[in-house]
Design a protein around this ligand. Structure first.
Ligand SMILES: [Fe+2]
Length: 133
């Protein structure tokens, strides 16, 4: 299970809430895959996760530009990597590569962990100095 904990807080409520929502989407996906749900059901969950992640990344990236955040370029690359992995996950699932899909889900879990704890925390101070809370 993907469990949001206080250690993931970036000190900005609206962003924390979106991160919690991403954890929920990942949990739904994990459950669906464990239960061997029909492909179209699992697929829809991935699409929803992807849509939500895109909205969330756009929000962060909007503030990067607005606040002229110095670490913006490498952070945006990380977002792109996540979206690429989601695309691969869709392809794998469509072609019935279940084992690979679990591996990828594990990758996404590691990615989220590291991304929030390192990359997202790195903009926390900049965002807060610019008035976000
Ligand atoms: Fe991010």
């Amino acid at each position: 299970m993907f469990q949001w904990e206080e250690k993931y807080s970036v000190g900005i409520q609206s962003i924390d809430n979106q991160h919690k929502e991403i954890f929920k989407h990942l949990n739904s996906l994990l459950e669906a895959m464990k239960q061997g749900k029909a492909e179209n059901v699992t697929f829809q969950i991935i699409i929803d996760l992807e849509k939500y992640a895109v909205v969330h990344f756009q929000k962060e990236e909007f503030f990067f530009h607005r606040f002229n955040f110095s670490g913006s370029a490498e952070h945006i690359l990380e977002h792109q990597l996540f979206i690429q992995k989601i695309t691969t996950l869709k392809t794998d699932l469509k072609s019935g590569k279940t084992a690979l899909s679990f591996e990828l889900l594990n990758f996404l879990k590691e990615w989220i962990d590291h991304h929030i704890l390192v990359a997202d925390k790195a903009y926390s101070e900049c965002f807060r100095q610019n008035g976000l809370k």
